[in-house]
Design a protein around this ligand. Structure first.
Ligand code: HEC
Length: 461
């Protein structure tokens, strides 16, 4: 007899336990197959879509002896099983990808690539960007801003703002103004401690400032955005936060700060992408500007933890990568006023394998352009437009933390038509930028060693 976890328990049951109790006897403990077929080999009875797998679990495959689970497992639990099957299949699929060693070259679909170490440092490099003259700025999450000069020498920029370095918080994004040569502005985001709550715990927010660098000092700082005091909370994760600049507008993301329901609440900054002018003023045509109680800076909502934000080089639309829970990382095209659904809609489940929702779509909620289940832990990204890698024109390079991968996406008419893993296994890739020379620079973090590297990719023969 199979021991079927009853419907009521399934709502909070962990997917590993649900699988073990209901499925492993036929499909094998590791999904490798046994009495029934393997769930790892990507050969399916039907089209292999999420929907057809969920349907097989719900209705069974009677003629082959697969029982129906629709009466004993909730839709949420069935969704977690689909994510679980995807995770296992992905592990099996990507096992054979070779990890290149540093300072050697390797082949990809369109280019052979050399890797070269630029720098290595203690701490977590969270973001980096080039100044027009080829100097490289980078942030260390513990609360520092550094610059690598053209001769390769590193200097720390002094007098940057004090950060709240806690969990995923600290010094976050750095971005020079597109008109940097004229105005010298550099934008910084960081998590800031703002006091204590009623129970004496520290509270904080994501703050957005701009300033200038003179004689290796941070000067002329202006505060551009700080959320209203009543929304400051005691949490240390999902701070976001990335910048994109389009014309006079500064877009910035703010993760849900660990309060997932905030993403649907227009009164808080959390789980949103915001739009302000570069000087901090708020555009009157923002979508919720006139709505009583709503934060006027909100541009989109229902965004869980957007760790990548970038302006498309020709359409000038804003794209974002959004860190999902376990499953359901997203690539989104960011459009004024839209609701991206978190946490009412997601392709993922909770980290412990319990369900969040059975819904991967709902009316009035925007679908991602692309989603990754299992999660690759999407981070920073960059559209490539330089002539150096001539066969990668217009492609989007996306870093992945958990899977330690660099993805190359080719996008046509708002559809991802290629998703190639061009690098795997060297480190957690948090940010990707193009150097003025056309080389692609990535940051890699090694969390255990508390060490980061900057690596340059260039074409090899
Ligand atoms: C009594 C044995 C048995 C049990 C228990 C069982 N299955 Fe199956 N399952 C099968 C058979 C037989 C098939 C038909 C295809 C095959 O042989 O692989 C199948 C097919 C499937 C398919 C469709 C595969 C495709 O090719 O489209 C999925 C998905 C699936 N099972 C998942 C599960 C999950 C999840 C559970 C647990 C909730 C489960 N199964 C429990 C026997 C079983």
């Amino acid at each position: 007899m199979l021991s079927i976890i009853p419907l009521t328990a399934a709502a909070t049951a962990k997917v590993e336990d649900v699988f073990k109790a209901n499925c492993a006897s036929c499909h094998g403990e590791k999904l490798q197959g046994g009495m029934a077929g393997s769930l790892l080999d990507s050969t399916w009875l039907s089209d292999g879509s999420d929907k057809s797998l969920a349907e097989a679990i719900k209705q069974g495959v009677k003629e082959r002896g697969m029982p129906a689970f629709g009466a004993s497992l909730s839709d949420e639990a069935i969704r977690t099983l689909v994510v679980f099957i995807r995770e296992a299949g992905y592990r099996a699929d990507t096992q054979t990808i070779q990890t290149p060693t540093l300072n050697t070259h390797f082949k990809t679909d369109y280019h052979s690539v050399n890797t070269r170490e630029i720098t290595s440092t203690t701490g977590i490099i969270w973001a980096m960007d080039f100044l027009p003259d080829g100097k490289l700025l980078y942030t260390l999450r513990q609360g520092e801003l550094w610059m690598i000069n053209k001769n390769g020498k590193r200097v720390q920029i002094k007098n940057t703002p004090q950060v709240w370095h806690r969990g995923q918080g600290g010094m976050l994004d750095v971005m020079p103004d597109p008109d940097y040569v004229q105005n010298g502005w550099i934008y910084l985001s960081y998590s800031k401690k703002t006091g204590k709550n009623g129970s004496g715990q520290d509270i904080g927010i994501t703050a957005i400032v701009r300033g200038k660098i003179k004689n290796n000092q941070w000067v002329d700082q202006q505060t551009l955005f700080e959320a209203p005091t009543k929304t400051h909370k005691n949490r240390g994760w999902h701070f976001g936060s990335r910048f994109a600049i389009s014309g006079e507008y500064l877009f910035f993301s703010n993760g849900d700060e660990g309060h997932q329901n905030d993403a649907q609440d227009l009164k808080t900054q959390n789980g949103k992408i915001h739009r302000i002018y570069k000087n901090g003023q708020i555009p009157k045509d923002n979508p919720f500007y006139e709505q009583a109680g709503a934060l006027k800076t909100i541009w989109t909502y229902g965004n869980r933890n957007p760790q990548g934000l970038v302006k498309h080089p020709t359409t000038h639309q804003i794209w974002s990568t959004e860190h999902g829970p376990r499953g359901g990382d997203e690539l989104n095209l960011i459009t004024k006023g839209l609701n991206y659904g978190w946490p009412k809609v997601t392709f993922g489940m909770n980290y412990d394998g319990t369900p969040i929702t059975p819904h991967t779509s709902l009316p009035g909620m925007q679908q991602p352009i692309h989603q990754w289940t299992p999660s690759i832990a999407v981070a920073g990204m960059n559209f490539y437009t330089n002539a150096l890698f001539d066969k990668w024109q217009g492609d989007l390079f996306v870093g992945s933390l958990a899977k330690k991968q660099l993805h190359r996406l080719r996008i046509k008419g708002n559809q991802v038509i290629e998703d190639e893993i061009i690098l795997k296994g060297l480190g957690r890739i948090r940010d990707v930028v193009t150097a003025p020379s056309g080389e692609i620079y990535i940051t890699m973090n090694d969390r255990q060693a508390n060490e980061s590297k900057v690596i340059a990719l260039s074409p090899s023969q």
